[in-house]
Every structure is written in C-alpha cells, then in structure tokens.
Design a protein around this ligand. Structure first.
Ligand code: IMP
Length: 434
C-alpha cells in the first residue's frame, strides 16, 4: 500500500503540477479528487509548457492512467478543449484518461449565477475564478445537480436539464437578471459534449480500487490549497470543495485505510489570488519583487498574485489538518536575490500572541505577524541538485522552516524544470516514494 496524497499547503498555486509530474514515475494511476477548471497546474517539459486545469498531470506520462474523480465539477467544453490541447501535443488522451460517471456537470447558467452572486450588493465578493464552480457544487449539495452519468443518459438528460433550467429562470427573474441564454442550443451542445466524452466515462471509484487491489500504486492530486478548503480555509474566502487531504477519500471513492501518506506542497514564501485575509502579505516593493521574480500571475485568470513572507503558523495549521509526512518546498530560487528574508513565527491578535488559526476571516484579517529575519544567500541555486551543495544560508532558511513547522522539507524545488529538484536522502519523502 504505497498510495499517497499531494496537497497544496497554502492558498493554491504552490507548484503542485511540477511536484506531481516529477513524482509520477513509480505510480500507475494519478487521480484528481476535487475542484474543476478553476485549477491551473503548470508543467514544463523541455521547451513545452502545459497548463492542466482538469486532467491530472499523470496524463503527460505515457502509459499512466489519469483519473478525474467523482469529487470534481466538470465543464465539458473546457475538458474537451484541454483534451484537444494534449492530443495536439501527441498524447493519446482517450486511452489514458478516465472520467467519473458521478462527477457533476457545470453549465453556462452556473457561471451566470456566480456572476450574479459576486456582483450582488451585500454579498461578500470572493474574487472567484468565474468558472461556475461554486454554483455547480451548490446544485450538487442541493441534490438537484446533473452528473456525467445523467449527461450520457439520452432519455433522462433532457428532462433533468429542463427542470434545472426552470429553477434558474425563476431565480434570475426574481433577481431581475436580464441576460438571455438559448437553453435549447445549450442542451444540444451538451448532448454533443456527452458523446465526445462517453468513451472515457466510467465508475472511477471501482477502477481505482481495482487498481489498488492489483498492487498498482495510486497518487491523489489535490487542487487549490488547504487554506481554500471549504471547511478549513479562510471561510467564506474559499473554494467550494474539500481541497485538504481528507477530500481524497470522498472525492475518489477510496477508504482512508488505503492511503500511506500525504505530502504538502508549499512555496518558500506565500501567495494568494482573489480576495480574503493574508497575514504576511507584502504590499510594498519586496512583494512586487517576489511577484516579478516568481512570475506570480494566475495560470487560469492571469490575475497578479498577492505575495508575502513564509507563514509558519499557517503551515503548521495545514500540516495538522492534512497529517503531512513531508513537504515539497517550491520556488526557493525566487528568494535568492534577497539580502534578508522574514519568516512569520507567530501572530498577534488583539494584543495577545497566538499560534492558532482563528475561525473567522474577520479575525484572520486582524492578525499581525511576528517576524524573525534571516540572512539571504544571494547566490543562484537553480543548478543545485544536492542538498549539501545549497548555500549555507539557504540550508539554514530551510531548516528554520522545518523547526517552526515541525515537518521535514523532504524535497526542494529550485526551478520549473523536472531536473531542478533536490531530494533529501533518508527523508520520509524518499521513503514514501519507495
Ligand atoms: P472559485 O474556486 O472559482 O470559486 O474561487 C474561490 C477562491 O479560490 C478565489 O479566491 C479564487 O481565486 C481561489 N482559487 C480557486 N482555484 C484556485 C487555484 O487553483 N489557485 C489559486 N486560487 C484559486
């Protein structure tokens, strides 16, 4: 039983795409378990760059099975576009990809509902990716959603679709939304999408469990990050799914007894896209410098990412929630030009020092970081492949983070290429890879 979960330890964009891609080799199956095309996992292979939104990075490895689990919400148009992009790059998507028959379907009216709630006076604006993710999950939890299996049911789909549309029209009228949609055309278009995807749709929980029973190794690939988890993140500034490791069980249909460990992916600093509290955010030139050096612009929406110092209490919180065995620390190279690097080691809330993450975004907004400042290393690290060859101050920085968070940093990424990665011998990370 060597199945592992890879989870974002911050607010998403931690560089999971590269880590999952890099770790793929010993695994037979890679499964996404939540979210939708709000995610953007960038993988660079040589001079080729792939941005994967719905399909797990395992697809880039010939012969590996890539699975879109039941916990996802799927915009079939976006999925078909992604399949086209990969096929154009010579990847045999139809034979490698499996899509859960129980995943829910995003329709254009979900995007419309999202725009409406984001724009409504008195509703908190989350700064979503505007992909219809939240409203589709609302329909799922409200038990009126349409799943892939329904989309493929030629007899049942039209009535299910019409019933859902009827509800949306009532809401739109009540809210005086005048945007018109040609629902007949949408229905026909979705029927065509269904036919295109049909050969890949199946019971993926059965597929994954059968693979595990046969001794195959499975990696579960989280999207977004723990601080965007609907239960544990900075609610309501979160996404609508269970991004933390626990989501892998429900979102893929596997029992917790089948999973050997969890790896957190964290940048050597912190970023956030969209609205919501961010205790270590840098609103000055050092934030701009990190953004520029780290190319911190959203891979899905292109929005500039907010940047800040490493936040140890936050990482300790997400390590606890996920039970991380090890961290993959990414983008260490981005900090190499700085002469000093601050690390948040505690918070001050209303005059009192704390290490805890408060439950409300209102309180998180009021947290004042307590910093410790470390000397930078001011040397390039992009070509370093062994931990002991990192500059002394870079190693001291990493070891300081470990001591503050209480979890090892078993893997250090120093650039976008697969090869720009340092694995620490004798680490739990190495052991999990087996
Ligand atoms: P939604 O997932 O589109 O509903 O957006 C909710 C919040 O999650 C917004 O702040 C988004 O910016 C953020 N978000 C969603 N997906 C990602 C991601 O993949 N990376 C970073 N932030 C994300």
């Amino acid at each position: 039983m060597n199945n592992i979960i890879i989870v974002g330890a911050q607010w998403g964009d931690e560089g999971k795409g590269k880590i999952v891609d890099m770790l793929c080799e010993p695994f037979d199956v890679v499964v996404r378990y939540q979210g939708g095309h709000n995610a953007g996992h960038t993988v660079r292979i040589g001079d080729k760059k792939f941005i994967l939104k719905l399909i797990p990075s395992g697809i880039l490895h010939p012969g590996k099975r890539a699975v879109i689990g039941n916990g996802l919400v799927i915009d079939p148009g976006a999925l078909i576009e992604e399949i086209g992009m990969l096929e154009a790059a010579g990847i045999d998507v139809t034979s490698q990809l499996s899509i859960s028959n129980r995943a829910h379907v995003i329709f254009p009216f979900h995007r419309m509902m999202e725009k409406m709630t984001e724009d409504t006076h008195r509703r908190i604006s989350i700064g979503t990716t505007s992909r219809g993710i939240g409203p589709c999950y609302e329909d799922k939890i409200g038990r009126r959603g349409i799943r892939m299996v329904d989309l493929l049911d030629r007899e049942a789909f039209p009535a299910l679709f019409d019933a859902l549309v009827e509800e949306k029209e009532i809401i739109a009228r009540a809210l005086e939304i005048h945007e018109r949609m040609d629902f007949k055309a949408i229905r026909a278009q979705y029927e065509a999408y269904g036919e295109r995807l049909r050969p890949m749709v199946c019971d993926t929980a059965r597929l994954v469990n059968t693979a595990m029973a046969q001794g195959k190794r499975v990696m579960f690939e989280g999207a977004q990050g723990t601080m965007l988890d609907v239960d544990h993140g900075t609610y309501p500034f979160v996404t609508s799914s269970s991004a933390a490791a626990g989501g892998a069980c429900t979102g893929a249909g596997v029992g917790p007894t089948r999973i050997a460990g969890a790896v957190g992916v964290s940048k050597a600093y912190v970023t956030r896209v969209g609205a919501g509290p961010f205790p270590t955010e840098l609103k000055d030139a050092s934030g701009d410098e990190i953004r520029k050096r780290g190319h911190e612009f959203g891979s899905v929406t292109g929005r500039p990412r907010r940047c800040g110092w490493f936040d140890a209490p936050l990482l300790r919180y997400t390590a606890m929630l996920n039970g991380f065995d090890s961290f993959a620390l990414t983008k260490l190279d981005v900090l190499e030009s700085l002469d000093q690097i601050a690390v948040c080691v505690a918070y001050r809330l209303d005059g009192r020092e704390t290490l805890e993450m408060p439950a409300t975004a209102r309180e998180v907004e009021r947290l004042e970081p307590v910093y410790e400042v470390l000397p930078g290393w001011q040397e390039p690290v992009g070509n370093v492949t062994r931990y002991e060859d990192l500059p002394g101050n870079a190693r001291r920085y990493i070891e300081f983070l470990e001591s503050q968070v209480g979890v090892e940093m078993g893997c250090i990424s120093v650039g976008a290429e697969r090869t720009q990665t340092i694995l620490r011998p004798e680490s739990r990370f190495q052991k999990l890879l087996g």
